[in-house]
Design a protein around this ligand. Structure first.
Ligand SMILES: [Mg+2]
Length: 356
């Protein structure tokens, strides 16, 4: 079922007025339905409908490629995640990876493993969300695949972007003495997840506006494309990563690849009003959630202290808050420092899929 070529999709007539479910529509009908909803994009010579898509990278630029999987009951639950926002998030996490390299997101491939109980309406809403996120960030859907899944829903997205070689920002350039910066506020998505997990305990109480914002940060993250691109373009930053697994883990990747360490000042970590208000619902130390919780899709980057004012100004122009939260050190450890000066070695903390 999966090995058919995309050229076959276009042989299917697209008269779906009477189609009520996916089995009735068939694989090629489904692909045609998704393809007909997508729009042409920059650099797309041949989109969905041939054996492979053909794209034109802008003169002088290099191609950036990244892929992500979202698995039901590992990354999302259908009972929590409405299909529209799931579609948005499926692409947002990939866009965030291209942004974290300073790249311009351009083209996406979307593959789905679809369980038998999934409705056509779910796929339609999912696609609508995916394509809305694509349109907001100038991304074109140029291909993909659909298979049946005997487990849960499987979503795999590959994204390609482009950038001039001198503007690509890697994880490996952080220097001792650099500031460690983060955009936005941290821990909101993790707190949103805690609220959803504890929902049965607080049935009927409602989370208020603050709670809804936290849950929305989890279910519908916004990739920081404009801020990342602006930072890359100025050449003021030495390393960058998006915060998908928590600041500690993700700065840990910068530290490892740059052969440095870092100290993060806990009282400098930016927390939202909603996060502070919801902290009373959880038993753990809220800063642990803010630096280890993940899924915020904010940016963490490093830059010499001499650029501090310029960076703050640049981020403000992008409509985003950015905060220096620590300093890059020569020691290979990543530590946190509490307000009372207590230091704690935090190496190997953060989310890891293969930790049991
Ligand atoms: Mg990433």
């Amino acid at each position: 079922m999966c090995e058919r070529n995309s050229k076959d999709y276009m042989k299917i007539s697209h008269d779906d007025q009477t189609v009520k479910d996916i089995s009735n529509l068939g694989e090629f009908g489904l692909i045609t339905r998704i393809a007909s909803a997508s729009k042409p994009g920059i650099g797309v010579i041949t989109g969905i409908g041939d054996d492979a898509a053909v794209t034109d990278v802008s003169p002088g630029m290099q191609l950036l490629t990244s892929t992500d999987m979202l698995l039901e009951n590992v990354h999302f639950r259908r009972s929590w995640h409405d299909p529209y926002r799931l579609g948005r998030k499926s692409l947002a996490v990939s866009i965030s990876d291209i942004a974290a390299m300073g790249g311009i997101p351009r083209w996406a491939l979307m593959s789905l493993g679809i369980p038998a109980d999934l409705s056509l309406e779910f796929i339609d809403e999912f696609t609508r969300g995916f394509l809305a996120m694509a349109s907001e960030h100038g991304v074109a859907l140029i291909g993909g695949d659909t298979c049946s899944s005997r487990g849960g829903l499987i979503i795999s997205v590959t994204i390609m972007g482009e950038q001039y070689p001198q503007l690509v920002v890697r994880r490996s350039g952080a220097q001792p003495g650099d500031d460690i910066w983060v955009t936005g506020t941290l821990g909101d998505a993790a707190m949103g997840l805690r609220l959803l997990e504890q929902l049965p305990l607080h049935e009927g109480e409602g989370w208020g506006e603050g709670g809804s914002i936290l849950i929305s940060r989890l279910l519908d993250p916004s990739p920081r494309t404009a801020a990342a691109f602006a930072l890359a373009e100025t050449g003021m930053i030495t390393a960058m990563i998006d915060i998908s697994d928590g600041l500690l883990a993700d700065f840990g990747h910068i530290a490892e690849q740059s052969a440095v360490g870092g100290t993060i000042n806990l009282d400098a970590v930016p927390l939202s009003a909603g996060f502070r208000a919801a902290s009373s619902y959880i038993s753990e130390f809220p800063y642990n959630l803010a630096i280890s919780g993940g899924e915020d899709y904010e940016l963490c980057f490093t830059s010499p202290p001499s650029r501090r004012e310029k960076i703050a100004l640049l981020m403000k122009k992008c409509g985003i808050e950015a905060t220096p939260v620590g300093i890059v050190t020569t020691s290979p450890e990543v530590c946190t420092r509490a307000a009372d000066g207590t230091r704690c070695n935090q190496k190997n903390q953060g989310f890891n899929h293969f930790t049991r």
